[in-house]
Design a protein around this ligand. Structure first.
Ligand code: AKB
Length: 320
């Protein structure tokens, strides 16, 4: 039986990953770690919750000791767009937090999952069919923290045997907790606006292709990688994983199939556009497929049906 700590449990990924981990490993075996925003509802009621700020090594240590934690999912991060206006905070959370998790994992023998991102690419990376191992010279602070995080995680594995594992997430599309401060957030916002107002002003231009993934696949990626047979892993930090690639025109057309009066216009935000232009159009995730069986289940068509249904239900109930 695993004893798991999720750091960042109230965030976009954490809020859904924590509940799924509780389903699979038992409610009492998964601690929801949070910093300032306390979990609410099912997240709070279904299992233990503790204050764990990734930048505070004493808080991580205390919880690891108290619950005999053997696996940490470290989801604390400041995303790409916000990171450009808060580079020091992005470094402190992304790398200060990771170093704390690596040190605690080394001392208490925990396995550690820390997501990387398509943001780890840029600065000469081939943008089509982006290889697993290629040039990584990102030009955002977020990207700098992600490449550094990949290197540190590999270092702690090779030097100290810490069981570090990671995926390079694309834009994650979900309907429970909104993302905040990312470049790919538009692909979530478009669904909410389509349902609420029938209109969307897109911050990225026509022809901006980016890798994307629906949340259920993102959760499976994290858990499946942590469950994978270590002897099969040639890579560790970090695996390319993707499920779909589209530009704003394609996602808008897909929504229009269900909401024919939906209208999208453009008001390109130069900073977000520059970030998106430096990221892959579509990644090659064959190493993840081969080494641990990555196989996404959701495509744009299926995801759009589900997103519109869930968000319409919430809207009808006055929840959004
Ligand atoms: C962002 O846009 O910053 C994130 C990411 C792709 O890592 N969603």
């Amino acid at each position: 039986m695993k004893n798991i700590l999720v750091i960042g449990s109230v965030g976009q990924i954490g809020s859904e990953l924590t509940l799924e981990l509780r389903k699979r490993y038992g409610n009492n075996n998964v601690v929801a770690g949070f910093r300032s925003t306390k979990p609410v509802g099912e997240l709070l009621e279904s299992g233990p919750a503790e204050i764990v700020d990734a930048t505070n090594i004493d808080q991580i240590t205390e919880v690891v000791k108290k619950y005999k934690i053997d696996t940490i999912y470290n989801l604390a991060a400041i995303l790409s767009a916000v990171g450009e206006s808060k580079p020091l905070a992005a470094w402190n959370v992304g790398i200060g937090g990771l170093m704390n998790c690596l040190e605690v994992s080394h001392e208490y023998n925990c396995a550690l999952f820390t997501p990387s991102s398509i943001g780890a690419f840029g600065g000469g990376t081939p943008l089509d069919n982006t290889p697993q191992d290629t040039i990584q010279r990102p030009q955002t602070m977020y990207g700098v923290t992600k490449v550094t995080g990949e290197l540190l995680s590999d270092y702690y594995h090779k030097r100290f045997g810490v069981d570090t594992r990671s995926v390079r997430y694309p834009g994650i599309i979900s309907n429970v907790t909104l993302p905040g401060g990312g470049t790919t957030d538009y692909a979530v916002e478009i669904y909410y606006e389509a349902v609420k107002t029938g209109k969307f002003v897109c911050p990225l231009g026509k022809g901006t292709f980016l890798d994307m993934m629906y949340m259920p696949d993102a959760i499976d990626a994290a858990i499946d990688l942590m469950e994978a047979d270590p002897t099969k892993l040639v890579h560790r930090n970090s695996f390319n994983v993707t499920a779909m690639s589209f530009d704003p025109e394609i996602i808008s057309a897909e929504i229009k199939k269900h909401l024919p009066s939906f209208e999208m216009t453009y008001n390109v935000e130069p900073m977000k556009q520059a970030i998106a232009n430096s990221w892959p159009n579509n990644m090659d995730d064959s190493c993840a497929r081969k080494e641990w069986g990555w196989n996404p289940k959701w495509n744009l068509e299926k995801m759009t049906v589900d997103m519109l249904k869930v968000i319409s239900d919430k809207h009808a109930k006055g929840l959004i």
